[in-house]
Design a protein around this ligand. Structure first.
Ligand code: PEP
Ligand code: MN
Length: 336
């Protein structure tokens, strides 16, 4: 349920109302806009007499939110959420008009590899560095990532370049290792690992939540809700392609997800053209299209030697190709 307050309501009146709603056992999320204050009521709102609430002279209107996602709902929080990633002068904002490119290899493979790629992508305008240390591979016989060692190398690359780091968590049992990871990624295969989502909800660190291979937008938003309802509102959504029947591309990039999610939710949404297409030559056109669709950012795989990459080489750009893509993307941002 959301209650919109009238213009000019005093702080004391607002706080009295919030205290009363809390005394009914409800959580109250306050969204202060330029013109309006919106109270989002979380919990069992059947206890609230909607007519009584509507009748109060400080209330403009009250509506029940019919969608099952509340915290992630745009009606709950009309302004775009801006998620801040990283610390100090290297802090990056994503959402609300702030666009960011995350770039780096699928997997961290060695110190030379991650530092070389980090320096190159930074030079081309990426503001965050990606790199998997725990890899969710279809086959247990494939390279699984360097685990703790990979995280150490990512930290070294962050020290060398200042870029905040983005890396995937696969189990809540690894949380200690992720203590200083700037943006924790939940991969497509774990989008509905609800126990993991709840644990991440208890942190206050930014979470990058990728859409599952065969999940609806509503399911993606419900997964965001698992994180947010525990108190962590720093969620960035990611469209990374979904399964369909065509075999030329790895997945089908659902770009309509971007404007649709923006309508439904206030959370930032970024696009992963690398996993969506599986082909490096398709990354440029789809990066441009994703940017034009209104995405708040991109996550792109870049490798210094794609042919010998231990994972996802076919979809990885060389630093030179990434430079070209970034230039095109920034041009489209200027036009927008
Ligand atoms: C990745 O980003 O390397 C990855 C495994 O992505 P996804 O979960 O989207 O497949
Ligand atoms: Mn990958």
């Amino acid at each position: 349920m959301i209650a919109v307050l009238k213009n000019g309501v005093t702080e004391a009146q607002k706080n009295n109302l919030i205290d009363w709603l809390k005394s009914l056992g409800l959580g109250v999320h306050v969204s202060e806009g330029q013109y309006q204050t919106v109270l989002g009521l979380i919990g069992d709102t059947s206890k609230v007499d909607i007519d009584l609430l509507n009748g109060l002279d400080i209330i403009d209107n009250v509506t029940r939110i019919s969608e099952p996602f509340k915290c992630a709902n745009r009606r709950f929080h009309p302004q775009d959420t801006i998620v801040e990633v990283g610390l100090g002068s290297n802090k990056v904002k994503i959402g609300g008009g702030n666009f960011a490119i995350i770039a780096g290899p699928c997997s961290v493979e060695s110190e030379e590899q991650i530092i070389e790629v980090a320096k190159a992508v930074k030079q081309s305008g990426a503001t965050l560095l990606r790199g998997g240390a725990f890899k969710p591979r279809t086959s247990p016989y494939d390279f699984q990532g360097l685990h703790g060692e990979g995280l150490k190398l990512l930290r070294k690359a962050r020290e060398a370049t200042g870029l905040p780091i983005v890396t995937e968590i696969m189990s809540a049992a690894h949380l200690d290792l992720f203590e200083d990871v700037d943006l924790i990624q939940v991969g497509a295969r774990n989008m509905q690992n609800f126990e993991l989502l709840k644990e991440l909800g208890r942190l206050r660190r930014p979470i990058l939540l990728k859409r599952g291979l065969a999940n609806t937008l509503k399911e993606l938003l419900m997964s965001a809700e698992y994180i947010m309802s525990e108190g962590n509102e720093n969620v960035i959504l990611c469209e990374r392609g979904i399964r369909s029947f065509d075999t030329y591309t790895r997945n089908v990039l659902d770009l309509s997800a971007v404007p649709m999610l923006k309508e439904l939710s206030h959370l930032p949404i970024i696009v992963d053209p690398s996993h969506a297409t599986g082909k490096s030559r398709l990354v440029k056109p789809m990066s441009m299209a994703a940017t034009a669709s209104g995405a708040d950012g991109l996550i792109i795989e870049v490798h210094n030697d794609p042919i010998h990459a231990l994972c996802d080489g076919a979809q990885s750009l060389t630093p030179e190709q990434f430079d070209e893509v970034a230039k095109k993307v920034f041009t489209i941002r200027e036009i927008l």
